[in-house]
Write a protein that binds this ligand. Structure first.
Ligand code: PMP
Length: 450
């Protein structure tokens, strides 16, 4: 036992201790000492409809009384069927096959394996390489980690991993060249073309990306030109486009899928986080019907998890989606996202060490730098990504941060409250965040304006 941690408790990745969670309601969480926190990152961009939603809890209670488990090879179940139909009804035309899992990594694994089996079914067994981006995050299981571009997370497992070929994520905001943003977007997209040619097009199976970046890049959005070009390149070489919408899906960016902002049609989509919204471990892969049919006709999808399509998780997911529609939360994500983003941008005047504010809807982030003009990162020793989060936490505001080592993106912070966030609560986020930035600046000796 160390730090008072029971030896059997493996939930903690490090010795970092946090108070015990007592309860949650709406955008707030309380610890066991009674302290209240505004959940400014929806946990890890999960709790999209807020905590303790009565309609979801009631739906879960009703389902619990009926059944909580029936193995998927023995039974279909009504919540899973209804949820699949509801999800498919909101997907781009033709993406109508839903495969349930229990989280984001499982959803990504499913996408990779379905893509591979589709190639085999089409007589293209030589296709197996999945190109991805650096930085990126697609999950912590070995397959998903292989396509993840975060060296710190994959380094210890290098000998066990099949590391995918990576192209740079479109960090256009960091480039200091004479190109327009749209030209930069095309330049990054064409790196995919170059990588496909370098790998041998006949061996490339798929390209996977987060349409709006998550933890690894801090809500990175590419210029419009990027998305159409990526789709055209995938089509040119017969390569599947997998969109990882684990974080960006379920309305968080102001569209059901973030890819809708650009009319980008993926072939396969990974979903999780906001679909279970913290009420149940739930994820899904949604695939083009032709892909699923080809795989089923060729002997079936050789993949699946015991808890897939769990009736309780699906009942929760169904109720979450009903609440998103009833409360019009996708519109809210867009409107409140614009308001919060404008407020974050306004803080750049006072805090010259905020280098960038970015994102879509309520998937928003800011990045701290030593100098905005050059986007030079803050000294590593300041540990800004940890310190600012801790200062805000003490002030009762939860935000989410990362520093991507090895990439060009520095300390970035996701500000992603539940989609139900009110105007007053946005005020509260900004008050606590501004006070936290002031404390951090004082501690780190960074300049602050009037
Ligand atoms: N993909 C993306 C884009 C994610 O943000 C995450 C989680 N942060 C995952 C995959 C993995 O999801 P999980 O942690 O549920 O396995």
């Amino acid at each position: 036992m160390s730090d008072g941690l029971p030896p059997s408790n493996l939930f903690y990745q490090t010795r970092l201790r946090r108070p015990q969670l007592a309860r949650g309601a709406g955008v707030y969480l309380w610890d066991s000492a009674g302290k209240r926190y505004l959940d400014g990152s929806s946990g890890a961009m999960v709790s999209n409809i807020g905590h303790s939603n009565p309609a979801v809890l009631a739906a879960m209670r009703r389902q619990m009384e009926l059944s909580t488990f029936g193995y998927r090879l023995h039974f279909e179940n009504e919540p899973a069927e209804k949820l699949a139909t509801r999800i498919a009804g909101r997907m781009p035309e033709g993406l109508d096959r839903v495969f349930f899992v229990s989280g984001g990594s499982e959803a990504v694994e499913s996408c990779l394996k379905l893509a591979r089996q589709y190639a085999i079914a089409r007589g293209q067994a030589q296709r197996w390489k999945v190109i991805s981006r650096f930085p990126s995050y697609h999950g912590s299981t070995l397959g998903a980690l292989g396509v993840t571009g975060m060296s710190l997370m994959s380094a210890p497992f290098a000998p066990m991993l099949r590391e995918s070929p990576k192209i740079p994520a479109p960090t256009c905001y960091l480039d200091r060249d004479a190109l327009t943003l749209e030209q930069r977007g095309l330049r990054y997209a064409r790196m995919l073309r170059e990588e496909i040619l370098a790998q041998g097009p006949e061996t490339v199976l798929a390209f996977i990306m987060e349409p709006v970046g998550g933890a690894s890049t801090g809500a990175l959005v590419a210029p419009d030109s990027y998305y159409a070009e990526i789709r055209a390149i995938c089509d040119e070489f017969g390569i599947l486009l997998i969109c990882d919408e684990v974080m960006s899906g379920a309305g968080r960016t102001g569209r059901y899928l973030a890819s809708e902002h650009w009319n980008l049609r993926p072939d396969i989509v990974a979903l999780s986080k906001g679909f279970g919204a913290g009420y149940a471990p739930l994820g899904a892969m949604v695939a083009d019907g032709r892909i699923a049919e080809a795989v089923i006709d060729n002997g079936g999808f050789i993949h699946g998890h015991t808890y897939a399509g769990n009736p309780l998780a699906c009942a929760a997911g169904l109720a979450v989606l009903e609440e998103i529609d009833r409360l019009d939360l996708i519109t809210a994500a867009e409107q409140q996202g614009q308001a919060l983003k404008a407020r974050l941008e306004a803080t750049m005047e006072r805090f010259p060490f905020i280098g960038d504010v970015r994102g879509k809807g309520l998937l928003l982030a800011f990045e701290l730098v030593a100098e905005r003009a050059t986007m030079e990162p803050l000294p590593v020793g300041l540990n800004a990504h940890l310190r600012l989060v801790d200062i805000a936490y003490d002030a009762g505001l939860i935000i989410y941060s990362r520093r991507t080592r090895g990439g060009r993106i520095g300390d970035h912070f996701l500000v992603c409250p539940p989609l139900i966030v009110s105007d007053d609560q946005i005020d509260e986020i900004m008050e606590k965040l501004t006070a936290s930035l002031e404390s951090f600046a004082r501690e780190a000796g960074l300049p602050v304006g009037e």
